[in-house]
Design a protein around this ligand. Structure first.
Ligand SMILES: Cc1cc2nc3c(=O)[nH]c(=O)nc-3n(C[C@H](O)[C@H](O)[C@H](O)COP(=O)(O)O)c2cc1C
Length: 516
C-alpha cells in the first residue's frame, strides 16, 4: 500500500517545526550547553561523556561545522519534544501511536534537506564532523544516523538508527549484527545479488528518533507522522528512490552492497556500557550528500559509564515501556506505570506498578514482562503507593516488602541479548523477577502503614474525657479533639484522668476508657 500523498496541499507543512535546530534553540539553559568556541574533533567525545545536557557545538573541526550531541540523553528532553512532563511521556507516546498518519511528498525544490546537493568527489564522508567516540573504537563513527530503506516485499519504508564506521571517503561499515527489520530486508536483498538502496538522515528531531527505535509492523514514515501528530513531508532522494523527511538536516544517500557480512566493523563502545568486539558487517557506499544550507550534524552517545545520560538508553527506555505496557494490559488488567531504568540501558531493569486484585497477579506481571522483550532481564513489581521513578522508594520497597524465599522468580535458559558481558559467552541466560508487593489483603495491619506527619483533622469535643467517652482515639485525634497545637498538655490531662477512670490502650495504641 502506498501511504504517500502527493496531492495534499503543501501549505499546511511547516518545515521548521520538527527541525533539530529549532528543538535545541527552544531548550531551557539547564538542558543545553552551547559551545561557541572552536572545538577540535578530538575534544568532542570528552565534552559529551557523562554530560547531562545536550551540547550544541557551533564550530567543530577546521571546517567549523555545527554539531549537536546528547540530544535525547534525558527523559526530560524527550518529554519536552512531545510537549509533556517526564512522567507523562509513556502515556503521550501511546496516545500518539493511535493518531492517523499523513505523509506528504514534496518536490525537491521545496525540500530544505536538499538545499545543497553534493555528488561525485564532493560527496565525502571524511569532510563531515565525525569524531572518535571511545578510545578503542575501530575508527570515527557516525552514530546518530537514521536509516531509511524501502522493503521490496511490502513497499513500506523501514526506519532505524544504525551506526556507520568510516572506512574511506565513500565507504562505511554498517552494523547489521543484531536481529532487526533492516537486517532481514538486507539479507533477502543480498541473497538476490542486488545492492540495497539506503539513505541515512543525520540531524533529527527527537520524535523521529523515537519512531526509529520502535519496532512496530507498520510503514515507519507513517509512524513518524503519528508520533509527530502532524503531516510528515518527505522528499525523494537524488541518487536513489528512498523517501526521507524533507525537513532533515543532512542526508547521506547510497546503498549497502550485496557482499554480505564481510568487512571487520568495531570495536565500538556499546549500549550496555562496554565495548563490543570486532564483527563482520556489510558496507555502505555513499552516492550523494544533501543538506540544508545551515545544516546541523548530530552525534549520539551510546556506551560508557554514564548510561543513564546516553541517547541510546533514554530512547530504548521508551521503546521498552511501550512494549511492556502492551503485554501488561493483557496479562493483568490494571498496570498503573512502567519504567525501564536508563542506567540499565533502558531495558535490562524494568519497574512495574500495579494494583493487585487477586493473589499471584504480581507474578503474572513478571512473567508477562519476561516475555514482552528479549532485552528485559530484571523485573521489579510494586504496589500503587511506590513511585517507580524514585530509586529511593524502590530501594525502600525492596528492603522492606521482599522475602527472597517467597518473592523471587527466576527463569533460566531464556533468550538474551548476546552482548550482555555477564553471560560469559553463553547464548541463553537467566531472568529474575522481584515481587515487592504486599500480599493481597495484608495492608490493613498498622505495621504496614507508612508514618506521616499528623494532620489534626479529627472531630472536636469539649474535653479529653468526652473524646474518649466517644470511643478509642489516637493521640493525634485527642489533640484534634480539643484543638491542641502543642500536645504536652494532653499528656498531663491523661495523667490526671488515669486517677479518675480506668484508662487503657488497644492493640493499635489508641487510648480508651475501660468499661467497668
Ligand atoms: C543511537 C542508536 C544507535 C543504534 N545503532 C544500532 C546499530 O548500529 N545496529 C543495530 O542493529 N541497531 C542499532 N540501534 C537499535 C536500532 O535502531 C533499533 O533496534 C531499531 O528499532 C531497529 O529498527 P528495525 O528493526 O526497524 O530495522 C541503535 C539505536 C540507537 C538509539
Amino acid at each position: 500500500m502506498n501511504i504517500i500523498d502527493k496531492t495534499e496541499s503543501k501549505a499546511a507543512i511547516d518545515f521548521e517545526r520538527y527541525r533539530l535546530r529549532r528543538f535545541l534553540a527552544e531548550l531551557p539553559p539547564e538542558e543545553i550547553e552551547n559551545r561557541n568556541e572552536p572545538t577540535e574533533l578530538a575534544a568532542v567525545a570528552a565534552a559529551l561523556d557523562g554530560n547531562p545536557r545536550a551540547v550544541h557545538f557551533r564550530a567543530v573541526g577546521p571546517e567549523r561545522h555545527e554539531l549537536a550531541g546528547n540530544v535525547t540523553g534525558s527523559r526530560a528532553r524527550i518529554a519536552r519534544a512531545l510537549g509533556v512532563a517526564p512522567h507523562e511521556l509513556l502515556h503521550e507516546v501511546r496516545q500518539r501511536l493511535a493518531n492517523s498518519p499523513s505523509v506528504v511528498e514534496v518536490a525537491r525544490t521545496e525540500a530544505p534537506a536538499q538545499e545543497i546537493v553534493l555528488t561525485g568527489s564532493d560527496a565525502d564522508l571524511t569532510a563531515l564532523p565525525v569524531h572518535l567516540q571511545h578510545g578503542a573504537d575501530g575508527a570515527p563513527y557516525i552514530s546518530a544516523s537514521t536509516d531509511f530503506v524501502v522493503d521490496p516485499k511490502t513497499g513500506w519504508t523501514n526506519v532505524g538508527i544504525r551506526r556507520l564506521m568510516l572506512r574511506g571517503r565513500t565507504e562505511a561499515g554498517v552494523d547489521l549484527n543484531s536481529p532487526s527489520d533492516l537486517r532481514a530486508i538486507y539479507e533477502a536483498s543480498a541473497a538476490t545479488g542486488q545492492p540495497l538502496p539506503v539513505s541515512f538522515v543525520v540531524g533529527s528531531h527527537p520524535i523521529d528518533h523515537l519512531a526509529a527505535v520502535m519496532r512496530l509492523p507498520i510503514d515507519d514514515l507513517a509512524l513518524i507522522s503519528s508520533l509527530r501528530a502532524a503531516p510528515l513531508p518527505v522528499v525523494k532522494c537524488v541518487t536513489n528512490d528512498v523517501r526521507v523527511p524533507a525537513d532533515a538536516e543532512w542526508v547521506l544517500e547510497g546503498y549497502i552492497d550485496a557482499r554480505g557480512h564481510i568487512e571487520p566493523e568495531g570495536p565500538y563502545g556499546e549500549f550496555l556500557g562496554y565495548y563490543g568486539a570486532v564483527k563482520r558487517n556489510p558496507v555502505f557506499h555513499l552516492t550523494a550528500i544533501t543538506r540544508r544550507r545551515d545544516a546541523l550534524f548530530q552525534t549520539a552517545s551510546i556506551g560508557g559509564k554514564w548510561l543513564s545520560r546516553t541517547d541510546t538508553a533514554l530512547l530504548n527506555a521508551v521503546r521498552t515501556e511501550v512494549m511492556v505496557w502492551r503485554a501488561l494490559e493483557t496479562a493483568v488488567r490494571e498496570p498503573l506505570a512502567v519504567h525501564a531504568t536508563p542506567s540499565s540501558g533502558g531495558m535490562y531493569t524494568l519497574r512495574a506498578k500495579l494494583r493487585q486484585r487477586v493473589p499471584g497477579e504480581a507474578r503474572n506481571a513478571i512473567a508477562a514482562c519476561f516475555g514482552a522483550l528479549t532485552n528485559v532481564k530484571h523485573v521489579f513489581v510494586v504496589d500503587p503507593d511506590i513511585d517507580i521513578f524514585s530509586d529511593e522508594q524502590m530501594d525502600w520497597a525492596f528492603a522492606t516488602r521482599f522475602q527472597a524465599d517467597r518473592d523471587l522468580v527466576v527463569m533460566d535458559g531464556m533468550r538474551t541479548v548476546p552482548i550482555d558481558p555477564s553471560l560469559m559467552g553463553s547464548r541463553v541466560g537467566a531472568k529474575a523477577g522481584f515481587d515487592l508487593t504486599w500480599p493481597v489483603g495484608a495492608a490493613a495491619r498498622l505495621e504496614m502503614r507508612v508514618p506521616e506527619p499528623p494532620r489534626f483533622g479529627g472531630k472536636r469535643f469539649p474535653s479529653i474525657e468526652a473524646a474518649l467517652a466517644d470511643g478509642p482515639k489516637f493521640f493525634e485525634e485527642l489533640m484534634s479533639a480539643v484543638g491542641s497545637r502543642d500536645g504536652r498538655e494532653i499528656v498531663r490531662e491523661l495523667e490526671a484522668l488515669r486517677a479518675k477512670v480506668a484508662l487503657d490502650r488497644d492493640a493499635d495504641g489508641r487510648y480508651l476508657i475501660k468499661s467497668k
